[in-house]
Design a protein around this ligand. Sequence first.
Ligand code: AMP
Length: 398
Amino acid sequence: MKVLVINCGSSSLKYQLLDMEDEKVIAKGLAERIGIEGARVKYEKIGDEEIVIEKPMENHKVAIDIVLNTIQDPEHGAVKSLDEIGAIGHRVVHGGEAFAESVLINDEVLKAIKDNVEIAPLHNPPNIMGIEAVTELMPNTPQVACFDTAFHQTIPAENYIYALPYEYYENHKIRRYGFHGTSHQYVTERASDILGIDLDKINLVTCHLGNGASITAVKNGKSNDTTMGFTPLEGLIMGTRCGDIDPAIIPFLMEKENLSADEVNNVMNKKSGVLGISGVSSDFRDLDQAAAEGNERAQLALDAFESRVVKSIGAYLTQLDHCDGIVFTAGVGENSIETRAHIAQKLASLGVTLDEEKNNVRGKEAIFSGEDSSIRLLVIPTNEELKIAQETERLTQN
Ligand code: AMP
């Protein structure tokens, strides 16, 4: 069975076509600048050169139409006809409390995803556009929704409730939801395989460290707590997001800088994080370079990022009666040998040790803790698309 995985952002659409026989990607690409001047679709049939189609795309439906036509193009296509695609899997950011797992999309499910727009106004609308476009263009192909929040629906109330008046939870659904769930779930399942520990017995701290970053305490294979909250703004310091700050800073800033609520929100999401501290870049490679050249604020941003990561790992270890491994994934976690080494060194008081040679890997699965380490350290490259494709196959096979 071939599965097309679609991940719609506000003006972009990432896609991958996988052959589930061997779980290999056969084509992939990205539609960019949807609804904006300069729109284009990048398409790569694996093994061939990437092609770029520049064409105005007024909305996601036009973008998906171009993608579908390219996938079955007689010259560049990866399939002869769209009939070869057995199902479509969509990444959907917010499932709210309605979805604790992936689900086959029908009218009722689509309505529930729409109901969550209120708590995910930036994220769910493009996901809905993607689902509706596919429904029109491929009406007979089953579609599955995989939610970023679903894995975290096992978090107990004591960890998801905010200490605000309880009626805000009841009336406005304000609680911790957590995000990056597909990634945390994928690396949890891989760690269970790698370490040979049953999924329902494994305890982990999984660190998804990329441009967006979150850490999850996994207890008996299930999410027990996670650093992102009501939105993906809470928790760690990220590329451009501030993560945890004293909430009293918000009204203070609104007054001092004469900013509206929207403007402060924009500052916290787009101008903060390591970009805000360093003034250099949101990209960790740029920060590494600037710090190496003596830029003190770039160094401060990296130190602050690592400090927050270590603090969260420490906190989550207290939720687990034992920990089978600390897992590093996403852009920084998979690739930054230095960041992993610094974090391991900062965990030395807990008996964590590092094998420098084994840590010398980028983008590959590895166990890089020392023989005598109290907790194993693992690198596991995440693969959210594969997880979505697996879920899509599982729910549509029959
Ligand atoms: P992601 O959001 O998971 O794609 O991660 C993107 C982040 O990973 C960017 O800030 C990159 O700079 C960072 N990254 C990728 N490769 C490296 C590397 N070799 N060293 C440090 N950071 C890296």
